[in-house]
Every structure is written in structure tokens, then in C-alpha cells.
Design a protein around this ligand. Structure first.
Ligand SMILES: Nc1nc2c(c(=O)[nH]1)N[C@H]1C(S)=C(S)[C@@H](COP(=O)(O)O)O[C@H]1N2
Ligand SMILES: [Mo]
Length: 333
């Protein structure tokens, strides 16, 4: 058991070298595509200006991402045990929920339209002083580490991935919330010109999620800036997404631009769409079925197997104390 556990932690480190090669190649490919587009735009003289700007933006995204990649691998935090093998990177990278780019799982290609660097982040609301900063300025100040987490989607599938990032508690400390802050509300970017899903006006864009301050400070609440030993691909929610593994996957909001500390409980995206099916807490519990299906088991992506789902997705020891005294609330949807 222990040996198996160690192995699953060590795996991503072993994979790091080839992944760096892959990343550099990807950055190179992007850069060169941009230059080809730029060059042909120059030949069609007259409308060079906007194309030139697009070229500069694409080049700087590739350069900034390559620069961010130099910080990898982040040191492994092996204190949180995981008893499942990692999901194959190819599987996890091609089966994603990211409604901004479509209401199906094959959004990876479409999500590449997202320009994930440079990326501004706003920290606002009930804090000593609201401020904005760049994603890489933020990363430079944070205690970086890699953790392997399980993710259980409310649709009853799961995966196990190595996130790189930092504890959300460190961002909370940087923000200096006032005592009036009771919740942390987070929001995804809003740009229907690149995210065609956001043209579907019946959805309450931008995607919004929230945690209590105690949840946000829990040791498991993690901000991921990378996965599989390199910066997040767009489909995973580049350049920064939440990972709260004891809750259903929809709480783990992607591509965050705004952190707002507030006295009022935020209404999240899925809660607003279907309050009888999705709530604020959304803690994993195999004994509380979704109104339309059982949550007792889950399909482990890439294995073709179903396994029993665990209370708090197996993280009861770390999080159960957060919910003492709240038993009357809808903690499990
Ligand atoms: N902005 C945004 N964040 C999101 C979603 C989304 O559609 N938009 N989907 C959520 C859901 S339902 C799940 S299961 C996870 C999936 O994360 P993954 O694609 O990295 O596996 O992202 C969550 N975060
Ligand atoms: Mo999900």
C-alpha cells in the first residue's frame, strides 16, 4: 500500500523531462503559426495592423507560457495520500467539462482560442485594499507544490491527476480579507468572441463559484496553475483554476479572473440554472443520489471500470470538521 502510494506521487516527476520537451515544442509551434499568419497578413498590405497585434499577442502568450514552464517541476507534496493510479494524460486532456467552449467533452481544440497569458487577476470585495495583478506575478509570490488529487464529477465519472499550484490559503493571506468576509466568490473570464458557449445567453455567464472562508483556508483547497508537470492547457482552465477534491467537479472553477471576498453567499453557475439539482455545498456523498441518477459508484476514466464512490470523495479526514453543526443544510448536492 505504502509503496504503491509513493509510486503514484513519484510518477509525475519521472515524466517531467519529456513533458518539458513537449511544452517547448508546443510553444514553438504556436509561435511559428503566429509568424506565418503574420507574414501572410503583411503580404496583403493595408490591413496589417490588427493582424500584427494578433501576432504580437500570440507570440507573447507562447513566450510567457514557456517562461512560466521554467518553474516546473514544482516540489511534490506527498502528505496527502492517494490510492489510485494517475489517469493517463491523454485521457484527462481530451475529456473535459468547460461549457464556455461547448456542452460536450471534446472541447480541447476549441479551448485553444483562449489567450491564457498575459492574464490579469482581480482581488476585490471585503479586503483591506482591492488590487489587480498578473498571473505570473501571483505565482512568483506563492508557495509552489505538486499534489495528486482525485476529481469526482457530479456526472459519476472520476480521474486522478497531478496538479501543480499553491494552497488557496496562501492567496487568501495575500488578499488580506476583512472580518466581514464570509465567502470567497470566484469568476471565470467573459469573452463570447472566443468562447462560443458564452453566446448561449440562457446560461448565467460568467461561470461563478464560491466557498466559505473556512473551506477556502482548508489545507486541501488548491489553486492549480499546472497539471502533468507543466502549465495548464486551456482545456484544464488555464492559467489558473480551483481544485477542491472533496466536492463535485463543478465547484472546481476554471480560468479565474476575479476573486471577490463577500459577506453574502454566492450563487454558483449550476445552482442558478437548476437549484433543485445543484447547490452551494456540493460535497461528494455516495448515499445522496442526484435527483436523476445514483451517486453510489463512478466510472474511472481510462479504465473501463466502475468503483464505489467515497464520502467526501475519500477526503473525510481533512474536511469533515468543516461541516460540524451544518448537518441540516443540503451539504451533498
Ligand atoms: N469555467 C468553468 N469551470 C468549470 C466547468 C465549466 O464548464 N466552466 N466545468 C466544471 C466541471 S462540471 C468539472 S467536472 C470540472 C472538469 O475539470 P477537467 O476538465 O479539468 O477534468 O471543471 C469544472 N470547472
Ligand atoms: Mo462535472
Amino acid at each position: 500500500m505504502l509503496i504503491k502510494r509513493r509510486r503514484s506521487w513519484e510518477l509525475p516527476e519521472n515524466q517531467v523531462t519529456p513533458e518539458h520537451v513537449f511544452l517547448n515544442r508546443r510553444a514553438f509551434l504556436r509561435g511559428s503559426t503566429a509568424s506565418i499568419a503574420g507574414a501572410s497578413a503583411l503580404m496583403v498590405a493595408g490591413c496589417g495592423e490588427t493582424s500584427g497585434a494578433a501576432e504580437a499577442a500570440a507570440a507573447s502568450e507562447a513566450d510567457l507560457t514557456a517562461k512560466a514552464a521554467e518553474l516546473f517541476p514544482y516540489p511534490a507534496n506527498t502528505s496527502i495520500p492517494v490510492d489510485r493510479p494517475l489517469t493517463d494524460e491523454e485521457v484527462a486532456s481530451t475529456y473535459n467539462n468547460f461549457y464556455e467552449f461547448g456542452s460536450h467533452k471534446r472541447i480541447a481544440r476549441a479551448a485553444e482560442a483562449l489567450v491564457s497569458r498575459p492574464w490579469r487577476i482581480e482581488i476585490t470585495g471585503e479586503v483591506e485594499e482591492p488590487f489587480e495583478l498578473d498571473i505570473d506575478e501571483l505565482i512568483a509570490q506563492m508557495p509552489l507544490e505538486e499534489r495528486i488529487y482525485r476529481l469526482r464529477c457530479v456526472e459519476a465519472w472520476s480521474m486522478t491527476v497531478p496538479w501543480s499550484g499553491f494552497p488557496l490559503a496562501a492567496l487568501v493571506d495575500l488578499a488580506k480579507p476583512k472580518s466581514t468576509a464570509r465567502y470567497l466568490k470566484m469568476q471565470t473570464f467573459m469573452d463570447p468572441s472566443i468562447a462560443s458557449g458564452q453566446k448561449q445567453v440562457w446560461y448565467p455567464w460568467p461561470y461563478t463559484e464560491g466557498l466559505t472562508m473556512a473551506e477556502a483556508r482548508n489545507e486541501l483547497a488548491f489553486m492549480a496553475t499546472g497539471v502533468y508537470g507543466k502549465p495548464l492547457g486551456e482545456q484544464f482552465g488555464a492559467p489558473i483554476r480551483l481544485a477542491v477534491p472533496w466536492k463535485y467537479g463543478f465547484k472546481s472553477i476554471k480560468s479565474i479572473v476575479r476573486f471577490e471576498f463577500t459577506g453574502r453567499k454566492p450563487v454558483s453557475f449550476w445552482e442558478e440554472i437548476a437549484p433543485s439539482e445543484y447547490g452551494f455545498w456540493a460535497n461528494v456523498n455516495p448515499e445522496v443520489p442526484h435527483p436523476r441518477w445514483s451517486q453510489a459508484t463512478e466510472e474511472v476514466l481510462g479504465t473501463g471500470r466502475r468503483v464505489p464512490t467515497l464520502l467526501y470523495n475519500g477526503y473525510e479526514e481533512q474536511v469533515a470538521s468543516l461541516y460540524k453543526g451544518l448537518e441540516g443544510q443540503n451539504l451533498f448536492r
